[in-house]
Design a protein around this ligand. Structure first.
Ligand code: MRU
Length: 357
């Protein structure tokens, strides 16, 4: 195994671009067949883009919201940081309300508020420039965290292993490289991972539309499976690790992630496969004690009524569309963040790694 990872090959996609005037988001509603950036010129356009999944994935929506705050700072006339803090708040609240489950959104906006407070304390500081610097720092730190987690997570995976992933946790969901997909990239680059399976991730198809597309560009052969094929696949012994991302990791290690993750964890435990959660520490929420306290986003049932715009369900059928679920800590073998690995997570182990906050 070698530690050298060719990032020119494994880290090429950028979902978020700041032009100095606008926030350009690679429109994930249109991938893989249309590769097009959506230009957001106001904070409300960013909030809409987050809500409508033009940008998605926990770290990416945090980064987008931070740049949304920068756009908001240009929409107000405040002359100093003290006035700005009050005037910005409605826009920050709208950004925060765009999606409820991923804690990265609130975390990024809290960092933007704190940057404003620091600018307020610093005599004569340009508070708009301070906000822009903070958004850039959030983005840069996320990329560094992903690269660190990639190597850490891959170190747990024995050579020759097969891995199954869910949803999209790659460059598209982050500043770049990815969380769980970063571990897969590092594991393939270093020779540990022999086979990759990607679940299609109904109803929005993040696995089929996004993960398969990303891995194809890296030359990583990933086999797509229907979500309902996962237990059958694990029974064959082809999967040694299930590797997923997270939207919120609680103080006891309970983890919210894309709907379908929980059933993968149950199936992994039943079949003797290990289960790894990979996320930056910005996804850890030590203020939420356990998973039942997490708000689970429910989206329009219409997302279940068809595929690719073609209706497949008879009119009048009711549907329920929760888009995240919670995997209890007891089913998780390892939580990997840039700060290190928590094996067999529980409240004590989480506190040792992350403190109280
Ligand atoms: O609804 P989405 O596509 O935003 O859900 C994304 C996920 O659940 C990801 O697994 C999670 O955000 C981690 S992304 C690095």
């Amino acid at each position: 195994m070698t530690d050298a990872i060719d990032y020119a090959r494994y880290d090429r996609i950028r979902p978020i671009r700041w032009t100095g005037e606008a926030l350009e988001l690679l429109d994930q509603r249109k991938l893989p067949f249309v590769v097009e950036y959506l230009a957001c010129r106001s904070s409300d356009e960013v909030a809409d883009a987050i809500h409508s999944l033009a940008v998605r994935g926990a770290p990416a929506i945090g980064i987008a919201a931070a740049w949304g705050a920068v756009l908001a700072s240009r929409e107000i006339g405040a002359s100093d940081a003290a006035d700005a803090a009050a005037e910005l708040e409605p826009a920050l609240q709208r950004l925060n309300a765009a999606r409820p489950t991923a804690v990265n959104l609130a975390w990024a906006l809290a960092r933007m508020r704190a940057a404003l407070l620091r600018a307020r304390a610093g005599e004569g500081m340009d508070w708009r420039a301070a906000l822009e610097a903070e958004a850039r720092a959030i983005e840069t730190e996320d990329l560094a965290a992903n690269r660190a987690m990639g190597v850490l997570g891959a170190s747990l995976i024995a050579p020759g292993s097969g891995v199954l992933t869910h949803c999209n946790t790659g460059s598209l969901a982050t500043a770049g490289f990815g969380t769980a997909l970063g571990v897969i990239r590092a594991g393939v680059a270093q020779g540990g991972i022999a086979r990759v399976y990607a679940g299609e991730t109904r109803p929005w198809q993040q696995g089929a539309r996004l993960t398969a597309w990303e891995l194809l560009q890296d030359g990583i052969p990933a086999t797509l499976i229907a979500d309902s094929a996962a237990a059958h696949l694990m029974k064959t012994g082809a999967v040694q690790w299930v590797v997923v991302g997270a939207d919120r990791i609680c103080a006891n290690g309970d983890t919210a992630n894309k709907i379908g993750t929980y059933q993968l964890a149950i199936s992994a435990r039943h079949h003797g496969a290990k289960f790894m959660v990979v996320a930056p520490s910005s996804t850890v929420d030590m203020d939420t004690a356990s998973g039942e306290l997490i708000e689970i986003e429910e989206r329009d049932p219409a997302e279940l009524y068809g595929i690719g715009g073609t209706r497949t369900v008879a009119e009048g059928v009711p549907a329920w569309n929760p888009v995240f679920d919670v995997t209890p800590a007891g089913l998780i073998d390892a939580i990997v963040t840039e700060k290190g690995i928590v094996e067999h997570p529980d409240t004590a182990a989480m506190r040792t790694m992350f403190g109280d906050h």
